[in-house]
Design a binder for this molecule. Structure first.
Ligand code: FAS
Ligand code: PHB
Length: 391
């Protein structure tokens, strides 16, 4: 039976980044991924990286392209019923910024790096199962090209996302979960048109939320809040562009350049946390452990901070023969996870239209925005969360 020090389940950003950081420390890890490489790369997801995430890519030796091609943003705009408020990130956080660089590109860079270092990744690994992870000799089995394989390892990193096998392998009684499912989704469109603004615009409008983002100066990413019953077939490109413009302030609406969509998808929104994040020799990382509504641009960045904590803990275990880090992983990661959950939930509550909102709750949205308009401290709170709280 083949043996690896760490078996990583999932070749998304969490699994790939963990593999890169462990390799750099001389720790041998295999990645088992259910889908094909191309399937993983075809997913259009996050677009904003915190400085800490960019720092981890550099630490892993994968920072060159994001440095070259990433768009550094010093602020973003909040639009609320026609009023616009710029959150000056750099000014409010003593110079911190975010980098606009698609998750697809992060994944592409990490996959290319893994190829260069010759580390083992098994794509299209089917029916992965985790065995004896609550003992001292965990094993992972999977089927590849019809052949069943089994590997031995010291640790399992469950980086397999919200619908993965890792969290599902934990007995119900050993896990506590906390969830809020939002009564709406986001309809996202990717188009090769220049962005309508040089910075992101988060718009709260009585017709619903809208977000103007980008992937480059020639490729834009837009979202509008939609109902959970909506289907992408209900939305022609023209219908999307018209609705987007209705939800933006006049200047931004005027600046929107339309064009054919190259991707169109609807994502549900949920807040979710599983506790704890460690079960014997198995750890939950990234979306396997938590989900945030994308309003705060935290999903990918939270996966990165989990990886930071777990890679440090495993490096300490192998390098210093100390289990202090792995014993503390769950507590440390959850402390930052819950703060990001709070920020993502609060921004989602401020900017979206909830059919169930009472007139009082609608006034609370108005008052929250009015407070932001009148208070540097309130804006500083949004800014320090948006750029990413310290690891
Ligand atoms: P991922 O889900 O990316 O990766 C998990 C991997 O595990 C996948 O490749 C999957 O195929 C694999 N896997 C699953 N089950 C397996 C099994 N049994 N065996 C082997 N492999 C298995 N975040 C933002 O910050 N901003 C956004 O705008 C944003 N938009 C999103 C839109 C959508 C539709 C979704 C679903 C998420 C979005 N996110 C966004 C969050 C997203 O970016 C995640 O936070 C990020 O992908 C987390 O990375 P991972 O934890 O690696 O999980
Ligand atoms: C994106 O560009 O996909 C994006 C940016 C910021 C968010 C969510 C999504 O908050």
């Amino acid at each position: 039976m083949k043996r690896y020090q760490v078996a990583i389940i999932g070749s998304g950003p969490a699994g790939l980044l963990l593999g890169a950081l462990l390799h750099k420390a001389g720790i041998d890890a295999i990645i088992l991924e259910r889908q094909s490489r191309d399937y993983v790369l075809a997913r259009i997801r996050a677009g904003v990286l915190e400085q800490g995430t960019v720092g981890l890519l550099h630490e892993a030796g994968v920072g060159a392209r994001v440095e070259r091609e990433g768009l550094v943003h010093g602020g973003f705009a909040l639009n609320f019923n026609g009023h616009s408020l710029r959150i000056d990130l750099a000014d409010l956080t003593g110079g911190k910024t975010v980098t606009v660089y698609g998750q697809t590109e992060v994944t592409r860079d990490l996959m290319a790096h893994r190829d260069q270092i010759g580390a083992t990744t098994v794509y299209e690994a089917k029916d992965v199962s985790l065995e004896d992870f609550d003992g001292d000799a965990p094993r992972v089995s999977y089927t590849k090209d019809g052949q069943r394989h089994q590997i031995a390892c010291d640790f399992i990193a469950g980086c397999d996302g919200f619908h993965g096998i890792s969290r599902a392998s934990v007995p119900d009684q050993a896990l506590s979960t906390f969830e809020r499912v939002y009564p709406f989704g986001w309809l996202g469109v990717l188009a090769d048109v220049p962005p309508c603004s040089h910075e992101l615009i988060y718009a709260g409008h009585e017709r619903g939320f809208a977000l103007c983002s980008m992937r480059s100066l020639t490729r834009s990413r837009y979202y509008i809040q939609c109902s959970l019953e909506d289907r992408i077939d209900n939305w022609s490109d023209q219908a999307f562009w018209d609705e987007l413009r209705r939800r933006l302030d006049p200047a931004a609406a005027e600046a929107v350049v339309t064009g054919p969509s190259i991707e169109k998808s609807i994502a549900p929104l949920r807040s979710f946390v599983a506790e704890p994040l460690r079960f014997g020799r198995m750890f939950l990382v990234g979306d396997a452990a938590h989900i945030v509504p994308p309003t705060g641009a935290k999903g990918l960045n939270l996966a990165a901070s989990d990886v930071h904590y777990l890679s440090q803990a495993l490096i300490e275990f192998y390098g210093e023969h100390s289990s202090a880090g792995i014993d503390d992983y769950s507590r440390r990661a959850l402390a930052r996870i819950w703060k990001a959950e709070r920020f993502s939930w609060s921004l989602t509550t401020l900017l979206h239209r909830f059919d169930t909102m009472t007139p009082f709750e609608r006034r609370m949205q108005d008052a929250e925005f009015a407070y932001l308009q009148s208070s540097r401290s309130a804006c500083a709170s949004v800014a320090e969360n948006y750029v990413g709280l310290p690891f």
